[in-house]
Structures are given as structure tokens and as C-alpha cells.
Unconditional design. Structure first.
Length: 330
């Protein structure tokens, strides 16, 4: 017995036109994703933040060497990583705007996720370095000039606040931008720790506060890094997007779309944190036209789950094409 199969592909590429290939059951709709303006704005914000951080990084390195403060040097090292991370993130946004090719049919937007993943790993490395250096400073303390340390730390705080607000006003759904912003948050906390350490040293002369607060900053950096690496890794592994439930999608479509009898082989994944894709097989109710089923399912997915890019295959019976794969038919 042969199955009648119909496919619908709703691709969100950077095109401002729709076209129908004319084949029965095949409707390819191309809509501009509405994210181009965000991409341009985020690119500019990343460059502005990079300039702020790169310029002040030089100042903080000089201040850390002059004052002998690990807290400042740790923050300067973090800033160096931030400058590289921001440059990498900016490059990822630039590359991500390239048109799709035959070899990369979804385009280059996933480069943003790779950038976020690498940035997260860099944060781990920085935190480990800070802890190791803090242990060395604890056992081999050196003189620290509290006055210069305080002045540089306050200036660093101002630079980090400026860079943070430049990025914060960008797209909060962009994981690449979020990872860059977390780098800035780590720097900001490092500047606060350096200010507190400088004040303690000026008031009491107790220099061990410098490595102690450096370790505290390292712990905070590790927590932020884990969140970025976990989110980016989940996307790279084609994981189901957070907040999306495959059983819920199946139940919702079968309950609320009148022309649907059964839904199976549901797969949901993300290209970026804000671009989700879905494929599924659907068995229509008797007498339902395939194109009506495709339209109804697509509309429900967009309305209920916010998924606009769906590939829908209409067939005559559940799991007819993969009889041995019962797990995927849930």
C-alpha cells in the first residue's frame, strides 16, 4: 500500500517574497525573519563595547602592575578575554548575516552559538587562573599600593558599567550577546571587588583581602560561564528548546486542530536561541485535504508555541514509513 505524502516547508530566510513551487502539497514560504535590524544594532553595540573594554584594559594592566594588586590584574586579564570575546562575537554576527549556501542551507547564524560556547570556555580558563594566582599570592604576599589601586578600580567600574549598558540595550534573546554581556558582568564584579580590597588595604593595611576577593570573583565567573556553556551546548546538540514540550505539542495539535487525527515523529531544535525549527508527521481526519491540514497545523504552532518554521509531512497512517521506530511515534 502506498502512502500519499505531502511536505510543507516554512523557511524564515532573509527574503521579502513568497513563491510556490506548484507541486501538490508543497508550499515553500519565505518570510524575512524580522531580526535583521537587531543584527545590525547588536553588531554596533558589540563594537562599541569592544572599544571601551580594549582601551581600559591597557589602563588596568598598567595600574595592576604599578599597584601590585592581583584583583586589578585579574580584572585586567578578564578584560583581555572580554576584548577577544567581544571581537569574536562581533565577527560571529558579521558572518551570521551571510546568505545560506548549498553546503550550509541554514546559513551561518549558528556561528553565534559557537562564539558563545568558546566565550564560556574562556571564562572557565580565566577563573581557574585567578584561583591559582590567588593561592600563590596568599602564601607569598607582596606590597600593594591601595591609593592607585582604588583609583584604577573606580575608573574600571565606570568603563564596565558603560560597556554593560551598551550591550544590555541589545537583543536579550541573542545567546552570543548574552555571553558577551556576562563577560562584562564578571569584569564589573571584579572592579567592585578591587574597590573593596583597596579600601580595606587603605584603612587596615590587610593585604590578604586582595586574593580573597579575587577568588570570590572567580566563583561568580564560573557560575556565569556554566550557564553560557550549558545553553550553547544544548543548542549545538540540537536539543529541544527550553520551555518547549514535544508531548505537549502532540497533545495540543490532536486536541485543538479539528482536521488532525494523529501527530508523530516530532522534532524541535534551534539554530540560535531565538530561532526554533520543527518537523512532524501528521495523519489527517478522513476527508481532510492535505493543504488544509498543513495550514491549520502551521497556524496552531505559530499561535500556541511561537514556532514559525515548520516542516509538516501529511501521510495516510501513523508511522507507516518507519514501522520499527515506535519511540519516535509518541
Amino acid at each position: 500500500m502506498s502512502n500519499s505524502k505531502h511536505h510543507d516547508h516554512d523557511h524564515s530566510h532573509d527574503h521579502d517574497h513568497d513563491h510556490d513551487h506548484g507541486g501538490p502539497g508543497h508550499a515553500h514560504h519565505h518570510h524575512g525573519p524580522g531580526g535583521h535590524a537587531h543584527g545590525v544594532t547588536d553588531e554596533r553595540r558589540l563594537m562599541r563595547a569592544f572599544i571601551i573594554i580594549a582601551v581600559f584594559m591597557v589602563v588596568e594592566i598598567a595600574g595592576g602592575v604599578w599597584s601590585g594588586s592581583l584583583a586589578l590584574l585579574a580584572d585586567a586579564g578578564h578584560m583581555a578575554s572580554d576584548a577577544a570575546a567581544l571581537a569574536f562575537s562581533w565577527l560571529a554576527v558579521r558572518i551570521g548575516k551571510r546568505a545560506a549556501t548549498e553546503q550550509l542551507s541554514y546559513g551561518f547564524r549558528r556561528v553565534e552559538i559557537l562564539a558563545a560556547f568558546v566565550n564560556g570556555l574562556a571564562l572557565f580558563a580565566i577563573a581557574v587562573w585567578i584561583v591559582i594566582e590567588a593561592a600563590r599570592r596568599w602564601f607569598e604576599p607582596g606590597p600593594i599600593l591601595g591609593g592607585p589601586m582604588l583609583a584604577v578600580a573606580v575608573a574600571g567600574l565606570g568603563a564596565n558599567i558603560a560597556a554593560f549598558f551598551v550591550l544590555f540595550r541589545g537583543s536579550q534573546d541573542n545567546l552570543n550577546l548574552r555571553s558577551a554581556m556576562l563577560h562584562i558582568v564578571g569584569d564589573l564584579l571584579g572592579s567592585v571587588a578591587a574597590i573593596v580590597a583597596a579600601l580595606v588595604i587603605l584603612w587596615t593595611g590587610w593585604t590578604p583581602i586582595d586574593p580573597i576577593l579575587s577568588v570570590l570573583v572567580a566563583v561568580i565567573i564560573l557560575k556565569s560561564a556554566w550557564g553560557v556553556v550549558r545553553s550553547a551546548g544544548h543548542i549545538l546538540l540540537e536539543g529541544t528548546p527550553p520551555g518547549v514540550s514535544i508531548p505537549e505539542i502532540k497533545d495540543d495539535l490532536e486536541r485543538h486542530v479539528a482536521v488532525v487525527h494523529d501527530v508523530h515523529h516530532i522534532h524541535v531544535w534551534s539554530i540560535t536561541a531565538d530561532a526554533h525549527l520543527l518537523t512532524l508527521h501528521v495523519v489527517p481526519r478522513e476527508g481532510a485535504a492535505p493543504q488544509a491540514v498543513i495550514g491549520a497545523v502551521r497556524a496552531r504552532l505559530a499561535e500556541r508555541f511561537g514556532i514559525d518554521h515548520a516542516t509538516i509531512q501529511v501521510e495516510e497512517s501513523s508511522c507507516a514509513d518507519l514501522p520499527g521506530d515506535r519511540a519516535a511515534c509518541c
